[in-house]
Each structure stands twice: as C-alpha cells, then as structure tokens.
Design a protein around this ligand. Structure first.
Ligand SMILES: NC(=O)c1ccc[n+]([C@@H]2O[C@H](COP(=O)([O-])OP(=O)(O)OC[C@H]3O[C@@H](n4cnc5c(N)ncnc54)[C@H](O)[C@@H]3O)[C@@H](O)[C@H]2O)c1
Length: 311
C-alpha cells in the first residue's frame, strides 16, 4: 500500500473522538523529520473540530480569507497542513514549504487543499539556508502574484536531558531552522506585503514553562515571541499585523519523530486532559490572518490545553 492510500477520510458529524480526557497517544517512533502518512491511528485531525460531547464536526468556513495568498512553512503536515486546509476552506490559496523527504505528505496536502477549489503550490527546500528563504519569497511572488499572509511554522527539535549532551551543531541547526529562517522570510516578504497583510509566527508553550529537555528549541521559541512583538511594533506603521501562536501538545509527526517514550507517555497531561489536534491550532491561524483580529497585534494565542501562561 502506498503511504498516500493509507489516509483515512474521517466520517463527518458524530464521529467519536479517540482523544477523550485521559487518553494517551500511542507510543511510536519514526525517523526525523517524520511523515504523517506513517503515523499510527488515531491520525491527526485537520479539517474537523471537536464537539462538546467528544465527537467531531466539520469546520464551518465563512469566506474569511477569500482571494488571499499565503506562504505556509512546514505546510506538508501537522499544524501547517491543517492551516493550509482551513485557509482553502476560507478561500485562500497557498504555497507550502517543506523538506524534500516530505514530498509524499506535501502531495497529500495539495490534494486535500485543492478539493476546496483553491491552489496549493508545493516547494521542497531547506529553510536553514538564507538564499533558500529568498527563493521561497521569489517563487511565491511569481506563482501566486503576491503575498498576503506569511506563516512561519517550520521547526526542528531533538530532546536531550542535559546541556552537556547538546552539541554545538544541534544548537545551530535549531536556531537556523526555528528563528533565523523566520527573520529571512519576513525580511524578504515584507517588501511584497501591503496594508492588511499579516505575518503569523508559530512558537510554543515551552518558553513559558522553560522546558529543560528541549533547551535549544525552547530558546528559539522564546526568541520567536520577542521577534513577534518587536516586528509588530515596527510594522504597524505600514498596516501590517504580526502575531504569534503558541501551541501545547498537538498530535503531529513532530511528536513520534522527536519525542522520547517518557515524554509521549505524559503528552496528554495538560488541564484539558488530552492532546490537541492540528485543526484546533489552525483555527488560531485563520483568526489572526482575518479581519476578525483587526485590533490584535504583537500578541500570542495559546491553544495549549489550558496551561496558564504569563504573557
Ligand atoms: N506538535 C506539537 O506538540 C507542537 C507544540 C508546540 C509547538 N509546535 C510547533 O508547531 C509547528 C509545526 O509543527 P508540527 O507539530 O505541525 O510538526 P510537523 O513535523 O508536522 O511540522 C514541522 C515542519 O517543519 C518543516 N521543517 C523542519 N525543518 C525544516 C527545514 N530545515 N526546511 C524546511 N522545512 C523544515 C518540515 O516540513 C515539517 O513538516 C512548529 O513550529 C512546532 O515547533 C508544535
């Protein structure tokens, strides 16, 4: 069976959630960067929203992003995929950016997006290189005719319990992927953005709780919050809003490809009592890109399962 044919389209309204409070995710491990097509059941949910009674209902679009053009890094899978799909449902086209190893996931995202009648352009490229970030922006302008939304979402993480184990190479790789690329993409995209355009960065709950087994990753995620606030204050004069989303535990390929068994075992341990689905984060990216959030700038939204954070 090819990886793509393993995708299961979820039944619509009434399907019971397999992530009830207290539900532990299946312990599984895969090589980095991780493919959504290889994740065990339950699969991540990207276009349905949990109901009050533990089921799912289809996301209800309302034309909030009609005609918009979005770049979504890490858009092949997980939170990026769910965002590309909800954006398509809301009327936006997108260019998804991902690593070459993730081509099969990217092609499936393209299929799921284009079902909704908008275009999904695919670009496999390594964002650790500055010149590749420039190429992403040039390609987006050529293929979509402009950029209205930049979603900086790609990330690398690798768990290590002590700073003595954390190599200089890993430290630099994490910063190159998780924050330097955000700077380059924003810098190169902004000249093409106009009043009403938005940049939305993906951080994490981790800088708020100081997660010790992800020292490098947590440091970059803190930098993303500060980068968001400073860039927002700088760009409001141009009518461009910059905001941030800080997810908690979300069931995506990042988890089985990077987390140790003990961390996976505790993955549900947030006040809501279950891991979140990519669709529950993608709704934040819809809100922050749309005019519904017209008075919100330099802020963080926290789809983290109820963890109290300060700021
Ligand atoms: N899943 C969670 O529990 C969780 C929690 C907090 C924050 N986040 C954040 O959510 C965002 C999306 O992650 P996800 O959980 O959907 O996982 P994911 O594995 O589906 O997405 C991460 C993506 O980053 C991209 N990427 C990594 N290195 C790259 C590089 N050098 N060049 C180009 N692309 C690269 C890959 O395409 C990959 O698909 C990340 O910023 C992550 O830090 C996730």
């Amino acid at each position: 069976m090819s990886p793509i044919s393993q995708y299961v389209e979820r039944p619509a309204t009434g399907a019971k959630s397999q992530f009830e409070p207290g539900h532990k995710i299946p312990i599984q491990h895969m090589d980095k960067p991780g493919l959504e097509s290889e994740m065990a059941d339950p699969k991540p949910v990207y276009d349905q929203i949990p109901t009050e009674d533990g089921g799912y209902q289809p996301y209800k679009p309302a034309g909030k992003l009609k005609g918009k053009r979005a770049i979504i890094t890490g858009g092949d899978s997980g939170i990026g995929r769910a965002t590309a799909i909800l954006y398509a449902m809301e009327g936006a086209s997108s260019m998804i950016v991902y690593l070459p190893e993730e081509e099969t996931d990217a092609q499936e995202t393209k299929r799921l997006v284009e079902k909704h009648g908008t275009k999904c352009h695919c670009l496999a490229i390594d964002l650790r290189k500055r010149e590749n970030c420039k190429k992403v922006i040039d390609t987006a302008v050529q293929t979509m005719g402009g950029i209205d939304i930049l979603i900086n979402n790609a990330a690398f993480q690798n768990m290590l319990s002590d700073i003595s184990e954390l190599s200089e190479e890993q430290w630099e790789r994490t910063f190159d992927t998780n924050i330097h690329s955000f700077f380059y993409l924003s810098k190169y995209a902004l000249p093409h953005m106009k009043r009403g355009s938005t940049i939305i960065n993906c951080s994490s709950v981790n800088p708020y709780i100081g997660r010790g087994d992800l020292l490098d990753y947590t440091s970059t995620k803190g930098a993303i919050v500060a980068f968001t606030r400073a860039l927002s204050n700088q760009q409001l004069k141009n009518g461009i809003r910059v905001n941030c989303v800080c997810p908690g535990p979300i069931w995506t390929p990042l988890i089985p490809s990077t987390m140790q068994t003990s961390a996976m075992d505790q993955f549900h341990a947030v006040p809501i009592g279950r891991p979140g689905q990519p669709s529950e984060v993608a709704t934040c990216f819809v809100f922050l890109a749309s005019q519904d959030s017209s008075y919100i700038a330099g802020q963080c939204l926290h789809p983290n399962g109820g963890v109290m954070v300060n700021g």
